[in-house]
Write a new protein. Structure first.
Length: 58
């Protein structure tokens, strides 16, 4: 959106910018949540695999 010099447009622009930032933050948190779950599952799988290999080698 283009910001012009009139005050009404500027208000509209700042509101739009704030809502965009909010949306980006929520989106960012969602991505982090998904990544955290993925890392947690992969980590658990790897730990289980290592334990299995370790016990198998002993």
């Amino acid at each position: 959106m283009l910001c012009t010099s009139s005050s009404s447009d500027r208000d509209l622009c700042s509101i739009t910018r704030e809502s965009e930032n909010e949306f980006c933050w929520v989106f960012f948190q969602d991505i982090l949540g998904v990544l955290w779950v993925l890392f947690y599952q992969i980590g658990g799988f790897l730990v289980g695999l290592c334990k299995g290999l370790y016990i198998g080698l002993m």
